[in-house]
Design a protein around this ligand. Structure first.
Ligand code: NAP
Ligand code: F7E
Length: 358
């Protein structure tokens, strides 16, 4: 974390909040490949939390370092403002969030502060810095299909929001703030309304990764049971690598506009189980048990996106379909399970939890 980093003058600069998350890591790869200097905000933690971007990290003392990290937190307005003043980025991608829907019922106030008010803190800082420097800072807000909640499918930009969790309500707040700052102050600020997107880097308590981690560990004899909640929920699952391309495209348009990003293909959690365990020649009914702890006080039953606007205006289309998504996650996690087994057989104590969830 350099206190006085050297910033080149003509290279486009992006600032990513949530850079250590699933999407942050893929977006960093994408922007570096597009020639950007990428800055990221990371939270201080007592353990390292940069696993997903460690492969991209270059010692900031080296002349060619184009990935630079800064400490900050979405709950700390002055620190965010300071980083924006210091970097003066061309683009800001606000991906930081308490992003787990079930957890948002347990930590509603914190979720609202980070996911809702956090966006406001960034927008206010952008407004001030932009007014003072006269240089435009474009802003991307990570919106979500959870904002549609109970609205019947298919959901598009025209579908009214009906949030079903504190997480979704906080994201609706951020959506309206973005729209308001666009209308009131002329900011180039947009919300991408992204449907579920997964990957080999997905957090292990989201249902897809929880399933692929458990199924592959079951295959290797490392665990026997997997505890889940509602198997009937329907989701439109894509691959995160595809979705970060859409984020970048949204900030390259002549006019700031919001877009839905989705595959247009939906499956139940049960079908995700079929696909995962099927690839491993296992029968999920022999291993999956119901645990009411994983039910939510209010559920989002059916998400199915209509991304026609993004396909037409951004020329964006997903490259990874459902079967490839599942097989990439399964192959990756099978390798992890095999490594774990080898270490275990060599007498090493492993720390992986049985269910990957609390
Ligand atoms: P993720 O893996 O959970 O990553 C969240 C990121 O936010 C992490 O870098 C996390 O830091 C950071 N963060 C959390 N609280 C913070 C705080 N108070 N201050 C600063 N940083 C904080 O989420 P994701 O799947 O990459 O999603 C990225 C964004 O898109 C999120 O805003 C999410 O709500 C939204 N979204 C996701 C999906 C999806 O299906 N993945 C769909 C629609 C929208 P640590 O690493 O330190 O925890
Ligand atoms: O749940 C059901 C659960 O936690 C999917 C976030 O990235 O996408 C994500 O939110 C479904 C739900 O994702 C378990 O009830 C059953 O119906 O993987 P999930 P999510 O809630 O859709 C949206 C678009 C975001 O914006 C969020 O940030 O699966 N389900 N059993 C379970 N879910 C979990 N996590 N764990 C279970 O044991």
């Amino acid at each position: 974390m350099p206190r006085h980093a050297r910033y080149s003058t003509n290279m486009r600069k992006a600032l990513i909040t949530g850079i250590t998350g699933q999407d942050g890591s893929y977006l960093t790869e994408h922007l570096l490949s597009e020639g950007y200097e990428v800055h990221g905000i990371v939270r201080r933690a007592s353990t390292f939390n940069t696993d997903r971007i460690d492969h991209l990290y270059v010692d900031p003392h080296k002349q060619d370092a184009r990935l630079l990290l800064h400490y900050g937190d979405l709950t700390d307005g002055p620190a965010l403002r300071h980083v924006i003043e210091q970097i003066q980025p061309d683009e800001i991608y606000n991906l930081a969030a308490q992003s787990h829907v079930a957890v948002s019922f347990q930590q509603p106030e914190y979720t609202a502060d980070v996911d809702g008010v956090g966006a406001l803190r960034l927008l206010e800082a952008i407004r001030d810095v932009q007014a003072r420097t006269g240089r435009e800072i474009r802003y991307y807000q990570a919106g979500t299909s959870e904002m549609f909640g109970a609205a019947p499918p298919p959901q598009s930009e025209a579908t009214p929001f009906h949030p079903r969790s504190p997480y979704a309500a906080a994201k609706v707040m951020a959506y309206h703030l973005v729209r308001n700052y666009r209308e009131a102050y002329g900011l180039y600020a947009v919300t991408g309304i992204l449907f579920n997107h997964e990957s080999e880097r997905r957090g292990e308590t989201f249902v897809t990764r929880k399933i692929t981690r458990a199924a592959t560990r079951i295959k290797e004899g490392l665990q026997d049971k997997l505890y889940l909640g509602n198997l009937d929920a329907v989701r439109d699952w894509g691959h995160a690598e595809d979705y970060v391309r859409a984020m970048h495209l949204m900030l390259q348009q002549d006019e700031p506009r919001d877009f839905v990003v989705a595959t247009g293909e939906s499956h139940t959690v049960r079908e995700f189980l079929d696909a995962t365990f099927g690839l491993l020649d296992l029968n999920w009914q022999d291993h999956v048990e119901f645990d009411p702890r994983y039910l939510r006080p209010a559920e989002v039953e059916h998400l199915h996106g209509d991304a026609t606007k993004a396909r037409e205006a951004l020329n964006w289309a997903p490259r990874v379909g459902f079967n490839e998504l599942v097989s990439r996650m399964v192959n990756h996690d099978l390798e992890l399970a095999r490594q774990e087994k080898t270490l275990r057989e060599a007498g090493h104590t492993m720390t992986a939890r049985q269910s990957g969830d609390i």
